[in-house]
Design a protein around this ligand. Structure first.
Ligand SMILES: [Zn+2]
Length: 249
């Protein structure tokens, strides 16, 4: 059994990271064969984690490339086969402007001007992401300039009573390799309480839960309580994206 009709000869597969990883999981579980014509997978609109990338590359048998865009401005930048993000300067003008965020620290906000949308002007649009423009050329030979995404929005950081902030990727690393977790979302309710919403066919066992709590107490704050809740699915935002983190506001 194949996932594609034999008459279809797809070259590229494109989708939201969370959706593509669900497809990848089904491909691996059901041992579906992928068409030989498939050359690459574009993952877009959501943060692509290392474990998602690995799972997709295994399932689809080709390189996964991260594409940066939004519903308002779909094509901003895309990763090349050398793993660098190139800005589509023929379609957008991208600026990186240092700004103080709500927690008082500096971040480089990305402002995007669309050069192709003739119906709704998007001029220096604050898209809500951070990142930097980079100089230099890429070994792939593309003439498009390079950029680097900021890893997250500042209010997605875990915050503690002592004023410390912890990068949201902490939970990616903490849950790495726990393959029974299909999807997760971390919600910080207060400085003392964090929940982990999980979609997992089997609940985590007591040892795993104890080791998660221990890591959080050692790495973040000994007083931080962790609750784990299980869901059949975690609702997406109105634009259909999965949110990994809901931070304190
Ligand atoms: Zn390149």
């Amino acid at each position: 059994m194949g996932a594609f009709h034999p008459a279809l000869r797809p070259v590229l597969l494109q989708g939201y990271a969370s959706l593509l990883s669900e497809v990848a999981r089904a491909v691996v579980e059901n041992r579906l064969s992928m068409p030989k014509t498939l050359l690459g997978v574009y993952s877009t609109a959501e943060v692509l984690t290392d474990s998602q990338r690995q799972c997709m590359e295994q399932a689809f048998g080709c390189q996964v490339l991260n594409q940066y865009g939004s519903r308002e401005i779909p094509n901003i930048a895309c990763e090349c086969r050398h793993g660098n993000m190139h800005v589509f300067t023929d379609m957008v003008m991208l600026e990186s402007v240092p700004q103080k965020n709500e927690t008082g620290s500096n971040e480089n906000r990305l402002l995007v001007t669309s050069l192709t949308n003739r119906l709704m002007p998007m001029i220096r649009y604050d898209i809500g992401d951070s990142g930097r423009l980079l100089g230099g050329a890429c070994g792939c030979g593309l003439p498009f300039p390079l950029m680097e995404m900021g890893l997250c929005r500042q209010n997605d950081h875990i915050r503690t009573r002592s004023g410390k902030t912890v990068h949201p990727s902490y939970f990616n690393r903490l849950l790495y390799g726990k393959t029974q977790i299909r999807q997760y979302q971390r919600v910080q309710h207060s400085l003392n309480r964090i929940s982990l919403n999980l979609v997992a066919p089997q609940a985590l066992n007591a040892d795993t839960l104890a080791s998660l709590a221990l890591s959080i107490h050692q790495d973040i704050d000994p007083q931080l309580s962790l609750e784990v809740h299980y869901f059949d699915h975690i609702p997406c935002t109105v634009s259909g994206k999965h949110r990994f983190v809901i931070g304190l506001t």
